[in-house]
Design a protein around this ligand. Structure first.
Ligand SMILES: Cc1cc2nc3c(=O)[nH]c(=O)nc-3n(C[C@H](O)[C@H](O)[C@H](O)COP(=O)(O)OP(=O)(O)OC[C@H]3O[C@@H](n4cnc5c(N)ncnc54)[C@H](O)[C@@H]3O)c2cc1C
Ligand SMILES: *[C@@H]1O[C@H](CO)[C@@H](O)[C@H](O)[C@H]1NC(C)=O
Ligand SMILES: *[C@@H]1O[C@H](CO)[C@@H](O)[C@H](O)[C@H]1NC(C)=O
Ligand SMILES: *[C@@H]1O[C@H](CO)[C@@H](O)[C@H](O)[C@H]1NC(C)=O
Length: 454
């Protein structure tokens, strides 16, 4: 059954994609445009430079670093642009830096395994300087349209200083615009009747704004757990509504665990267990949607709030393989984005050839069926379940830097350990011994050093 419908879908897609088209990707492309100068865009730029590709990075804001730069503005920045970063004060990474480092570019010795947000930002600045990327980065260039026309990409952006609209022709486009900028606010009954303040963690900057207030925190993902720690000793009351099953630490007396919300009232909420609470503010830590508002129908990908498809190797737009996405994959370590950036650069530099579109589609469909067999929802097409296999596939196909399994081992351990020991899991340092093994040592510090000079 599954095989038959697979064949039918393939036939249909063949028609849609006109597989008979000749692929002309083996000719090295003269011009690459990268959208976004966060971790993903910078990582991609490094390899483009290394491979001698002519490229420009278009970055909307006045700064590189994306998510990792703290910005005191809320909502819009000094140029009236939507704020892309969701960084808050006193953040430390929730994953050991070893899983986040660019290939061959470790943090200096002595950097804690869970550096602060500003330290990670410094690392990105240092990276851009080290690889001499700044000359290729065009700041204040807000991309509004990427259009396929006459066998190339036309990238239109607004120069935020002059408000001038400019269009440029690009042979390859790499989309590295991030995935944590467009907040999800769940559709909870009577939310609009609540009279207090409602924010999303995207707009959360600092616990101080909530001192002595009664706060409802919603969600227990990475941000929800972090904010629970930041707020529990500051707020008068902290109601935390979530359904994560984990080893809840002893927060302060102000902390009250709540189940899901049933509906809001003007001054609080009913919960599904029949209880009611009153509070002043709500903070939704309820995640982010994908947002690629600059793509139109000509791109040939379906870019919704929940997925981007169909992508070969989670990177290549199968319909127009001169468009690559770096950093839309879910549940991955940052090192995956480094690998995708190198893969994109190798493709643009003509270092390898893609299989036929039909082959790429078959490969993608196999991934979709595998996800379904794992019980994943169909929207999880951008989830990578087996990072080691994924790294292996990229390396085999495009000869990219291998990523040793020790990184994914650390990531898996950290994922479990965070839920076991939320208050202390960052008090450890990791050391990589070899490609399979690491050491973990207890090393609590009062201050987090950041031995990087930019
Ligand atoms: C609060 C927070 C904490 C996190 N902590 C961790 C962690 O501890 N460990 C971990 O592994 N991951 C963490 N992450 C995940 C994080 O997203 C990645 O680490 C990484 O920063 C992603 O980089 P990126 O370049 O893909 O996206 P971003 O960092 O979002 O960069 C995208 C860039 O594209 C630019 N841009 C967007 N749209 C346009 C446009 N239309 N035109 C031009 N430019 C545009 C933006 O200005 C931005 O500079 C965290 C994420 C958040 C939000
Ligand atoms: C790179 O591309 C731009 C835009 O097409 C072009 O103006 C420039 O001359 C190119 N640079 C090199 C070194 O080829
Ligand atoms: C709250 O403060 C107490 C006393 O200073 C401290 O022991 C505890 O770890 C703090 N809790 C959190 C979650 O930071
Ligand atoms: C790796 O490649 C194989 C063969 O194409 C494929 O079946 C598998 O799904 C790929 N794995 C990942 C994680 O992409």
């Amino acid at each position: 059954m599954a095989y038959r419908s697979c064949v039918i879908i393939l036939c249909l897609l063949n028609v849609i994609l006109e597989v008979a088209d000749v692929l002309t990707l083996s000719i090295p492309a003269p011009r690459v445009c990268i959208i976004g100068a966060g971790y993903s865009g910078l990582g991609t730029a490094r390899y483009m430079k290394e491979y001698g590709v002519n490229f420009t990075v278009f970055e909307a804001s006045r700064h590189i670093g994306g998510t990792w730069r703290f910005d005191p503005h809320v909502g819009v920045d000094e140029d009236g642009l939507p704020l892309f970063t969701s960084m808050y004060k006193n953040l430390r990474t929730n994953t050991p830096r070893q899983t986040m480092e660019y290939a061959g570019f470790p943090f200096p010795e002595g950097t804690p395994s869970y550096p602060t947000g500003p330290c990670f930002y410094k690392y990105l600045q240092y990276f851009a300087k080290h690889f001499d990327l700044m000359d290729n980065i065009q700041l204040q260039s807000y991309v509004t349209l990427v259009k396929w026309s006459n066998d190339h990409w036309e990238v239109t952006y607004t120069k935020m200083d002059t408000k001038e609209k400019v269009s440029e022709v690009c042979d390859f486009v790499v989309i590295a615009s991030g995935e944590f900028s467009s907040p999800v606010i769940p559709d909870v009954d009577k939310l609009n009747t609540f009279q207090g303040k409602i924010i999303h963690s995207h707009d959360y900057k600092d616990a101080e704004a909530f001192r002595n207030r009664r706060v409802l925190l919603v969600g227990a993902g990475a941000s929800g757990l972090d904010l629970a720690m930041q707020l529990s000793n500051v707020t008068a009351k902290l109601f935390h509504s979530h359904h994560l099953n984990y080893n809840q630490p002893d927060f302060s007396k102000a902390y009250v665990k709540k189940p899901d919300i049933d509906s809001f009232t003007p001054t609080g909420a009913f919960f599904v267990d029949g209880t009611t609470e009153e509070f002043d503010d709500v903070i939704f830590c309820t995640g982010y949607n994908y947002a690629h508002p600059f793509l139109d129908g000509s791109s040939g990908v379906t870019a919704s709030q929940k997925y981007v498809l169909p992508l070969y190797q989670q990177t290549v737009n199968i319909k127009h393989p001169s468009m690559m996405f770096v950093g839309v994959s879910k549940k991955v370590i940052n090192r995956v984005m480094d690998a995708q950036g190198q893969y994109a650069a190798a493709l643009a530099a003509g270092k390898f050839e893609l299989p036929s579109r039909e082959e790429m589609l078959r490969n993608w469909l196999e991934h979709v069926y595998a996800q379904q067999n794992l019980g994943q929802r169909i929207v999880d097409v951008n989830v990578i379940n087996n990072m080691d296999e994924y790294f292996g596939n990229l390396t085999a196909e495009a000869d990219i830097n291998p990523s040793p399994p020790v990184l994914t081992k650390i990531a898996r351990f950290n994922g479990r350990n965070r839920l076991e020991d939320l208050l202390n899991y960052r008090d450890y340092d990791y050391k990589i011994i070899d490609k399979d093994n690491y050491e973990r040592t207890y090393n609590p510090r009062k201050e987090q050093p950041c031995p990087i000079e930019v």
